[in-house]
Design a protein around this ligand. Sequence first.
Ligand SMILES: C[S@@+](CC[C@H](N)C(=O)[O-])C[C@H]1O[C@@H](n2cnc3c(N)ncnc32)[C@H](O)[C@@H]1O
Length: 236
Amino acid sequence: MRLERVAAHVPMGARLADIGSDHGYLPVALMRRGLIEAAVAGEVAVTPFQSAVRTVHENGFGRQITVRLANGLAAIEPPDRITAISVCGMGGKTIRDILDSGKAHLTGQERLILQPNGGEQPLRHWLMNNDYRILCEEMLREKRFDYEIIVAERTGPVPYTAEQLYFGPLHMQARSPAFLLKWQRLLSLKKRTLTNFSRARRAVPQEKLQEMARQIEWIVTLLDGPADTQASTCAE
Ligand SMILES: C[S@@+](CC[C@H](N)C(=O)[O-])C[C@H]1O[C@@H](n2cnc3c(N)ncnc32)[C@H](O)[C@@H]1O
């Protein structure tokens, strides 16, 4: 389901670079459906790299999908003429670091389809600081985990507020049931953590306590807002 939702954001006819492709399922599934023109599957680790090579060859896509053993965006080469990049199933900070250290491999024309497992806030910060507009945000829950998908394109400076970077600007507008449920769950968790911090024998830095209290305040304000507005989680 998670990769199906990611796949839905890959533009028809794209030349996709799937970074951290592991088994290579995403590019192979898209190619089998005739939805992309070509792909690069990048992997930093040998075992998943070999697994991607196997999936690609078993499906007969050796000419259309290039599997490269490479760190992050170094898997992309100019002749690949990549138009979309997916980085999925990693922490938001890891995805941010992959984008930041691989800037030289970006033309700025690619659509980014990112699926962080947590750490969405630092990833959104990077997108804003690098002139990317968030075009779509999705939230889904699978096997008791909340997953987010962030789709972005470089369009020029976009000023997001601190709250928008924390919750997601389009999620804040749409207020989907999945989004509100995630933050209800996180509110209870954060309140418990704050109580435990206050009881802890070893002093927790004041800054950390203040940051958590501020986040709790933001979440309470968010949840106090109107119910599901049914707005789209994709920008017009
Ligand atoms: C949990 S898997 C996710 C696989 C797939 N993208 C998905 O969403 O199902 C993360 C994969 O990213 C790879 N990876 C982590 N850091 C990477 C990097 N800097 N460059 C390329 N691949 C990386 C790991 O080796 C691993 O195979």
